[in-house]
Design a binder for this molecule. Structure first.
Ligand SMILES: [Cu+2]
Length: 108
């Protein structure tokens, strides 16, 4: 009887787990990636964000200087203020994150 009950509990937990996954997937936000170019103005001390003077980003925003948060601590590790860069943004309705950035040598 104890074993039977345990089995029933396990089944319930498993079903709830599946329902939770489906719910999470239905909450997934639309995702877009944008590429831009610009110059790094400054970096946060923890390298989790950078202010970038960026050119117009087609379909996303006009030229401006703004701060972008990094997706994780690796993204900005090889970048310095003053670097001319090319970067990729991951954008959802709730957040925009730098997912890739590299230094480029071309002149403006
Ligand atoms: Cu901007």
């Amino acid at each position: 009887m104890v074993l039977l009950l345990s089995g029933a509990m396990l089944t319930i937990i498993t079903i709830q787990g599946a329902a939770q996954t489906e719910k999470d997937q239905s909450l997934k936000e639309p995702l877009k990636y944008y590429c831009g170019k610009g110059e790094v103005v400054s970096l946060d001390e923890d390298r989790m964000a950078a202010a970038i003077k960026h050119e117009r980003i087609e379909g996303f925003m006009e030229a401006m200087t703004m701060r972008f948060k990094a997706e994780d601590s690796h993204v900005l590790k090889d970048i310095s203020p003053g670097d001319r860069v090319r970067f990729t943004l991951k954008d959802t309705p709730s957040r925009t994150r730098l997912v890739y950035i590299e230094r480029i040598d071309e002149k403006k």
